[in-house]
Design a protein around this ligand. Sequence first.
Ligand code: ZN
Length: 324
Amino acid sequence: MRNRLLTLIAFAFIALSLSGGAQAADQADGKLKAVASFSILGDMVKNVGGDRVEVSTLVGPNGDAHLFSPTPADAKMLAGADIFFVNGLGFEGWMERLENASGFTGALVVTSGGVMPITMEEDDHHHEAEAADERGHVEHEAAEDHDADQIADPHAWQNLYNGEIYVRNIRDGLIAVDPEGKETYEANAETYLAAIEAEDKAVRAAIAKLPESRRKIITSHDAFGYFGNAYGLEIIAPTASTESEASAQDVAKIIRQIREEHIPAVFLENVTDRRLLDRIASETGAKVGGTLYSDALSDKDGPAPTYLDMFKHNVGALTAALSS
Ligand code: ZN
């Protein structure tokens, strides 16, 4: 990075004549320019990149990446980036279009690479082209049998063990484009990985205290499959995606399930509409256990401004609602 900067300064005249000086001016602070597709990933990249990296995020706090539609300004931001971090597993259905529109030529890092994907039922919420794309992606990533209506669940960050895989991929991606920062990225990643591991222990300890019969909740979209698998909670959602509306049949089925299985609480999410869950809660007498952060962080002043804060907040809400 420093060498590159020096080279840019040394050949400032050439750079100016070739590119009108825009690139040289952009790089004047010497920081690597990273773009993350959504807020949770942006926080992870900040933790690993530290002072060497300037991080911009496409889908910000409380934003819904499922419904995101990139603007020309987003394409411009990506065009100026050195490295682009995405979740993968079909989460960013809009990614290829954006990449093509922007003419991005930097490094692309799929942070979920190496995660063992779980599957979820596909809603008919996606545009046809995107659904086909996602299926192709699944076949490519995990060469295993699956029904046509099963797709990879993209919400892998909801298991902290997977979060550690993301962090290692981020670290390696940064080192690949900025080898001079290797020591910094390795040290930052090590500190961050230790914090994630500690949080993983804390989550396990908190869930273990809940009575087993109460470890069942309803959320509005199917974002907590990895969380439930990792930490031993049964999580039921009327829809797989924030883009689709639950059918009357889906809702009736959930209401029946809450009554039969005595599911104690339903949870809102920061990225979804609360009306459906309010209705389900009032029809069944299940309590509304608060808001879980699923696909996006809160803003700075909210309860979940970082990846680790998100877990602390979510587990706090779960234990408050389910312990008695
Ligand atoms: Zn989601």
